[in-house]
Structure formats: C-alpha cells, structure tokens
Design a protein around this ligand. Structure first.
Ligand code: NAD
Length: 515
C-alpha cells in the first residue's frame, strides 16, 4: 500500500521530502534571486498538489537592474550585423526543437492545456524563431528616387532601443517568442516579464537563448506580478517600447502609462470571436471547427470561438449536434493523451467563468443546453475543471454574447441572413478573429470583406494563425500594430530616412526644384 502510494506520488512528480525547484531571474547574463527573497508557487492547475516550483516575486529594483543590464548591452548588440545576430537565433531554434518534448510536458503541467496543444505552442515558438532569424538577412529597407539630381534617397530600419515585453499565461512560450525573437533580430535589448501563472515556459525559452549564445544583458527575465514588475516596466523612462499581450483592461492601464512618457506601446488584447454558419455549410465540418475553436485550450484563447452565429434553417440541427459533441469531450489532466479538455488556469478563472454561466442562465435567460458545472469530484477533485458549456437561444445583446468569458463556454445565436450575421459578428467591442462556413464563394467573399476583424477564416475555425502572416485585431483588441509576419518588424524597428547629396552644392528641397 505504502509502495503503491509512493509510486503514485513519483508518477505525479510528488514525493514527501521532495523540495520544490527554485528558479531565478536572468539579469545581465547571470541567474539571480529576486531582491525581496519572496517567491510565488507555480502549481499544476490539473492537480494543485503538484508544486512545479518557486519563482521570484521580484521588486522594482530587480526591474531597474535588468534595465541597466539591457542598456549596457545595447550598443554592442545593435552594432552586431543582423546576419550575425540571426545565426545565434537559429541556434535558439535548434535548441527548442531538441527539447520540444520536455517543454511540452512542462507547459501542460504549468498551464493545463492538453499535450497536443502544448506541443503546438512550442512549435509556434520554433516557427517564429526560424522566421525571425531569417529576417537577419533581409530586414529590408528601400531606395526611392530623390527630387533633385545627383541625390540619393533611401530608408533603413534601426532598432527602437530597450524593449519591455509583458506576456499572458495562455500561450506561455508562443507569445513570448512572437515578441522576443523579432525584437532581437532587429537589434533591440530586452526585459521580459511572463505571467505569474506560467513563468516556467518563458524560463525555458530564455534558457535556450542563453545556451545559444545570446550575449549577457541582451535578454533579461524578471518574474513577478503585473502590479509591481509590469508597472515598473511601463513607467520606466529607459524602456522605449512596451509590448504587451493580455486583457483589454490591462492594456488600457499600460497604454496610459506609456502615453505619460511618450513610449511606443504595442498591445494585443481580448477577443469575442464569431463563426458564422450558413444554411449551405458542411455542418459536420462546422461542428468540428466550433468544438475545436470553443473548447480547445479550455476556451482560454484570445481567438476562441465564443459566438456561433447560425442560420435558422440549420440552427436546430447544428445546436443538437454541437451539444452531443460537447457532452462527449473527455475532461481531465492534459498530461493524459486521451484527454481533450484540460483545466482552466486558476481559482479566479473558475469564479469568473462560473459567474458568466450564472449570468447566462439568470440575467440573460439563455438556454443552458449542456455543461455549466464546476467539476470537483474524483479525478477532478484537485484541479480547476469546468464542463464544456453551450448556451443556445442567445441574442446578440446578452452579456454572454458581448463580454470575453475566457473559458469553455460558447453561445449559439440564431440568424435569418448573412447580412444580419455579419452585423452580429461586428457588434462587439472586440475585433480579433471571425470565420464563416459556407459553400458559396460569393457569401464567403462578402463576409470576408464586411467583417471588421484582424483575422478571417473561410471554412475553418477562428483559430489557427500561422507565424508568417500578421496577427492582431481591430477595435478594443489592439492599438493598430500587428505581430508575426514581416509586419512585426514595424513594431520593433524604426525607420530612418537617409538622403545623400553628391552634387557638391547646396540643393534645397521644395525650393530649388520648384523654380
Ligand atoms: P492580464 O491582462 O491579466 O495579464 C497580462 C500580463 O500583464 C501579465 O503578465 C500581467 O502580469 C501583466 N500586468 C497585469 N497588470 C499590469 C499592470 N498594471 N502593468 C503592467 N503589466 C501588468 O491577461 P491574462 O489573464 O494573462 O491573459 C488573458 C487575456 O489576454 C485575455 O483577455 C486574452 O484575450 C488576452 N490575449 C490576447 C491575445 C492577442 O494576441 N490578442 C493573445 C493571448 C491572450
């Protein structure tokens, strides 16, 4: 009996005398404890008895040291030729590939998403690393004719300087990579703060940078709370740019702090994404897309399909099949390959999601077609599990159809026409992703054109972005920037226009050529 218990504890990574791993900040090329000596415990959301490790609860002075290190490293890094910088980044990619399996398991353990999805998150970091490194031999500028004879005009990219990166917990390696690698190839130096809930995956990424030979001070990792570490970063005069992905509320606070000191601020924020399902859609395909979009990562994606706008001719059939599929999903610890839906991130998330389920039933008076329970027994007793939940008979104005729930909850909204469906899709404060299922090319193009989002899919779910296309949203989702694609270079570099006059005399633009 005792042996069986020990074996079980060993399998789940717990033994009685096991001391938790203790992690440190990375500043100026050294792993150092936080100045306060305080720690946050990182626990597995599928089983909170599983302590992953202790991570520094850093202070403002840790941030200041990291910024000083980034400042010291800046001149050397920016003057390192971009192809040389890229060689180091390619090595980061090789390390990520080598250790992908370990990173995947670490991520499932700290964030909860099922192994396949955690592997996808790491893969996205790999893709992003190679893509960004490839830019080391491009970073294209342009030449253009000058107004005057014997004058040459061109435009080149230069790094913006010291950058502060603040990231959320739901894509704990992919999102840091989306910011970090493009920033590095452009020649910036970095201070990065991961979400307190998922520091391990970012730690793994920074470890890979260290091993690959990124010089000391170029990348600095400071772990801790948004209100302390994040806040210090956003108000520090030396950080020329803050790039944050997170909620729209946090984005507003950060944007205000950046405005105070004229810092560049790039924000990727919340979403309330819609799939439109027309009466000519391949319903089975649409169901698969809806289930994957609504319940993958337990609905904790900025691009989650939280609204399903369904033509009334197929509404009953679609709703019935969706509920059958949602009920059949296996919920549990994502480390088990049979599991399809993992836990949500923490207790606060449980409260928030359950309060929206309550709002859906009692305030909005929608129909709770399936799910709605917080699972607390048996295999679910020690984690944060919520059943995949479908509301039907939802109207566009209901709170569950307007506000970001960020959990495994989706709303089915009936519609009578494509135009009405598009109006509903556009009728929220967010504008990240949207999709349509239809066999009619005219309808597909019409929706593509009229939907005001940063991303659009035809006959696919609202998720599935690839790293070589720009990613981001309109309205309250973003502030006009795009990550990924070559467009991310416009965040992490600034244009310098250069004029070379080889006429040997004064030539006055707008004056001499007008005469
Ligand atoms: P969050 O806003 O709570 O936190 C994001 C980051 O900001 C964390 O690192 C946090 O510590 C930090 N932070 C919090 N307060 C701060 C402050 N005052 N100053 C500076 N930093 C501060 O978001 P979250 O819960 O980690 O992530 C979920 C949210 O992120 C959702 O709204 C989701 O839609 C959004 N998200 C958006 C995208 C996108 O690309 N558009 C991608 C993923 C997640």
């Amino acid at each position: 009996m005792v042996q069986a218990k020990k074996a079980l504890a060993k399998r789940s990574g717990r033994t009685k005398r096991q001391r938790p791993n203790t992690y440190q900040n990375y500043i100026g090329g050294r792993w150092v404890p936080g100045a306060s000596g305080e720690w946050s415990e990182n626990r597995n959301p599928a089983d909170t008895r599983d302590l992953i490790g202790r991570f520094p609860r850093s202070t403002e002075s840790d941030v200041d040291q990291a910024i000083a290190a980034a400042s010291e490293a800046f001149d050397h890094w920016r003057l390192t030729p971009a192809p040389r910088r890229a060689e180091i980044l390619f090595r980061v990619g090789e390390i990520l590939i080598r250790d992908k399996e370990k990173y995947t398991r670490d991520m499932t353990r700290e964030m909860g998403k099922v192994l396949k999805e955690a592997g996808g998150d790491v893969q996205e970091a790999i893709d992003c690393t190679y893509y960004a490194a490839g830019e080391g031999r491009r970073l294209h500028g342009f030449t253009t004719p000058a107004e005057m004879p014997n004058k040459f005009a061109m435009c080149v990219r230069q790094p913006v300087g010291l950058c502060g990166l603040i990231t959320p917990w739901n894509f704990p390696m992919a999102i840091p990579s989306w910011k970090l690698l493009p920033a590095l190839v452009c020649g910036n130096t970095i201070v990065i703060k991961p979400a307190e809930e998922t520091p391990l995956s970012t730690y793994n990424l920074i470890k890979a940078c260290e091993e690959a030979g990124v010089p000391p001070g170029v990348v600095n990792l400071v772990m801790g709370r948004g209100s302390v570490v994040g806040s210090r970063m956003t108000s520090h005069r030396s950080l020329r740019l803050i790039s944050m992905t997170g909620s729209t509320e946090t984005g507003r606070v950060i944007a205000s702090a950046c405005a105070e000191r004229n810092a560049i601020c790039s924000l990727e924020m919340g979403g309330k994404n819609a799939i439109i399902i027309m009466d000519d859609a391949d319903i089975e395909n649409a169901i698969e897309g809806a289930v994957w979009g609504a319940f993958g990562t337990s609905g904790q994606r900025c691009t989650a399909s939280s609204r399903l706008i369904v033509h009334k001719k197929v509404y009953r059939e679609f709703s019935k099949k969706l509920v059958e599929r949602a009920k059949a999903l296996r919920i549990g610890n994502g480390a088990d390959p049979k599991i399809e839906v993992g836990p949500v991130i923490n207790e606060d998330a449980v409260h928030k999601i359950m309060s929206y389920i309550d709002i859906g039933q009692h305030e909005d008076k929608a129909t709770l077609a399936c799910g709605g329970h917080h699972l607390t027994k048996g295999d679910h007793a020690h984690g944060y599990f919520i059943e995949p939940t479908v509301f039907t008979d939802v109207t566009p104005d209901m709170r569950i159809a307007q506000e970001e729930i960020f959990g495994p909850v989706t709303s089915v909204i009936p519609t009578k026409s494509l135009d009405e469906a598009i109006e509903i899709a556009n009728g929220v404060q967010y504008g990240l992703s949207a999709a349509i299922y239809t066999q009619d090319v005219n309808r597909a193009f019409h929706a593509m054109n009229e939907t005001y989002t940063g991303i659009f899919y035809v006959n696919a779910s609202t998720i599935g972005a690839e790293v070589h296309l720009p990613f981001g949203g309109t309205k309250a989702t973003g502030n006009g920037h795009r990550e990924a694609g070559t467009q991310v270079l416009d965040i992490f570099s600034e244009w310098k226009s250069i004029y070379v006059d080889y006429s040997g005399k004064l030539q006055r633009a707008q004056i001499d050529n007008a005469e």
